[in-house]
Design a protein around this ligand. Structure first.
Ligand code: ARG
Length: 657
């Protein structure tokens, strides 16, 4: 049962007799922050008093008089200016917990009205080095799919693979001119990534060379401006003098910035020129940038040679990515990549033009949108379609094929503007009653606060990341096992299996436990630590519940089936019981703004309550048989809620650690 929802229902009835529209007041019924003020608190008497021109305490008394609280709560208390403090009755909690124990969904009811969600996540650009951001999208997207499904919604997961973009022009060009046949046969994706990097380096070289005079000019201009300011006689004193000095410092900083940019560009060129091989390659391929564009254009125009190469490369790339998905236990209902929508792009553009939603400006087809300075371009002047065009076609397809109530895009925050424009265009296009959400997330940073880069910068690099986490986890598991008072309990195979589960979990949980919109620092040691809000700690807490049953030789099925009462006499038992009952609330909260960190936060709190309970209450050695049974039931439910919660995050558990 969702306690908060139940309480709000009761407040809805009570408030309904006082005001017409109690909805926003119901938001003010919340779990209380401080247990001294009860388990829940309602602060709605204050705004309502103001609205009705009556003293809030009087209003609070009226609400309480109308509130049906009897079997659920102790007599409500009115505190301070008119807070209503609610404390659940312990016998009522015990009955609800007993129901949860009997329930395979541990007390979480499915939503009353199921919605259909399309979740677009992972979506890497293939044949191009994959970055940690794609792990983030994969992990967050997978967790959201699981949570939505568990909540009772219909979920369609779709990997919008970037399999048609300009990177194919790069690798096709690279393959035609620079391929190493043996390397391609041995490790095709590695070779494609090498070609991608080589071609982009050559393209970049020419581009940098072309722009070098601009950078040089900028340095000269800024240095001149600074020198001019410096030569200017300083005003005699006071504020004027300070302002002039500040202006000079600003100009000098600008000049330094321009010099740094120029130096960076020069270094880029020098790096290529230092290598005799690269130097001759840039000389041999002066028009590489245009030629790469042409290769992409030819592919898009169904040129047989390029299409054959694409068909040759794509399966290799997909296999490579699949290895990563297998390790992460992530699967998709559909993998409709960008190429899937190509046949529809021309009709999308035509439709926008026919309906007067787009116009031609400088040869390009543009959609002008309210509130944006620049239009959304859906066809370039050379006839090429864009990322945005494909996304429009994708939405039309999804609406037709799945009739979703919502489409979620789990994509990094740098694409915010793309999605804002896309959603605005889609509304104009006539899709008004579908929820469209960009589930944005921040950047993964290294210890220095710079965007995190894997050494190899490709899927191999990402797999290396998982390997490293498993290695670190193995150290933690070994140290923990060796330190056991009765000596180590695990053999080598067990340790390796546990390390595998713990290591992968660490990467996922570190990602999910962050507020998704902020950047976060990637730190192996922190993520596998046994202390703190980590997967390791959660898995350890779960294993602890299981070890109690192993030690006491308890038959859990018999335990659950027995008609034993649950007792919440000790404060730590009650606190744990309350937390367990709040699982349904945590899931609902998580889905309000699609934030998995609210679920990890809940699980961490639950594990802490369990640890307090376990320290303060004897379980196997409890004073009486009935207390022992009741405590075992609490341990059982705790283990199940942790396991269920972790499963919703795509994280596995182990019975022993
Ligand atoms: N392929 C894109 C990238 O790697 C992400 C695609 C996200 N989904 C979408 N429908 N635009 O940046």
């Amino acid at each position: 049962m969702n306690l908060l929802k139940e309480l709000r229902e009761r407040f809805r009835s009570a408030l309904g007799t006082l005001v017409d529209n109690p909805e926003e007041l119901l938001e003010m019924v919340r779990p209380s922050q401080d247990p001294r003020f009860g388990d829940y608190q309602a602060n709605c008497a204050m705004p309502l008093g103001k609205r009705l021109g009556k003293p809030p305490r009087e209003i609070a008394a009226q609400i309480v008089a109308r509130l049906e609280w009897d079997e659920m709560c102790e007599p409500p208390e009115i505190a301070g200016p008119g807070f209503i403090n609610l404390r659940l009755r312990t016998d009522w909690m015990a009955t609800r917990l007993r129901e949860s124990i009997q329930d395979s969904r541990v007390g979480v009811e499915p939503v009353e009205t199921a919605r259909t969600y399309v979740v677009d996540y992972s979506s890497p650009n293939v044949a191009k080095p994959m970055h940690v951001g794609h792990i983030r999208s994969t992990v967050i997207g997978d967790a959201l799919c699981r949570i939505l499904r568990f909540a009772g919604h219909r979920v369609i997961s779709d990997n919008h693979l970037g399999d048609w973009g300009t990177q194919f022009g790069m690798i096709i060009y690279g393959y035609k001119h620079f391929r190493d046949e043996a390397a391609f046969a041995a490790a095709p994706v590695g070779e494609l990534c090498r070609l991608y990097q080589l071609v982009s380096q050559l393209v970049d070289y020419h581009e940098t060379r072309r722009r070098l005079p601009d950078w040089e000019r900028r340095v000269a201009e800024r240095e001149e401006a600074a020198a001019y300011q410096e030569a200017e006689a300083l005003p005699a004193g006071g504020a004027e003098r300070k302002r002039a000095a500040k202006r000079l410092r600003g100009l000098q900083a600008q000049a330094a910035e321009a010099r740094a940019e120029l130096a960076q560009a020069q270094e880029k060129l020098a790096a290529v020129e230092r290598s005799p091989r690269l130097k001759s390659l840039v000389a041999e391929h002066p028009d590489i940038a245009q030629n790469v564009l042409q290769e992409t254009a030819r592919l898009h125009a169904d040129d047989p040679e390029n299409l054959a190469l694409w068909h040759k490369f794509l399966p290799k790339c997909c296999e490579d990515i699949q290895r990563l998905y297998d390790r992460l236990h992530v699967a998709f209902d559909y993998t409709h990549g960008e190429s899937f929508y190509q046949k529809h792009l021309s009709s999308v553009v035509r439709d926008f033009l026919d309906r007067g939603l787009a116009c031609i400006s400088d040869g390009a087809v543009c959609v002008f949108l309210d509130g944006f300075d620049t239009p959304m371009i859906i066809r370039k002047s050379d006839g090429a379609y864009l990322y945005a065009t494909t996304d429009l076609a994708t939405i039309a397809y999804r609406m037709r094929a799945f009739q979703p109530d919502a489409i979620l895009y789990v994509v990094d925050h740098r694409q915010s503007e793309h999605f804002e424009k896309l959603f605005a265009a889609v509304r104009m296009w006539g899709y008004t009653d579908v929820e469209l959400q960009h589930i944005r997330f921040g950047t993964v940073l290294d210890a220095k606060g710079k965007p995190f880069k894997t050494r190899a910068g490709d899927t191999v690099g990402l797999e290396g990341l998982l390997d490293e986490a498993v290695r670190k986890a193995h150290d933690v598991v070994r140290a923990n096992d060796d330190a056991k008072p009765g000596g180590a309990e695990l053999d080598g195979t067990q340790r390796r299996h546990i390390a595998e589960v713990v290591g992968h979990a660490a990467i996922k949980y570190a990602d999910l436990s962050q507020n998704r919109t902020s950047d976060y620092i990637f730190n192996f040691d922190k993520m596998v630590a046994l202390e703190g809000n980590t997967a390791t700690y959660m898995q350890y807490s779960y294993a602890r519940t299981q070890s109690i049953f192993a030690k006491g030789n308890i038959d859990v099925c018999r335990l659950r089936a027995a008609d034993a009462a649950l007792r919440l006499e000790h404060p730590a038992e009650r606190a744990l019981g309350l937390e367990l009952l709040q699982f349904a609330e945590a899931i609902e909260e998580t889905l309000v703004d699609y934030r998995p960190n609210l679920l990890t936060g809940y699980l961490f709190e639950l594990a802490r309550r369990f640890s307090e309970f376990y320290q303060q209450c004897k379980v196997l050695q409890a004073e009486t048989e009935s207390v022992r049974t009741s405590r075992l039931l609490l341990c059982d439910l705790t283990g199940r809620v942790i396991r269920c919660g972790l499963d919703l995050l795509g994280i596995q558990v182990v019975d022993k650690m």
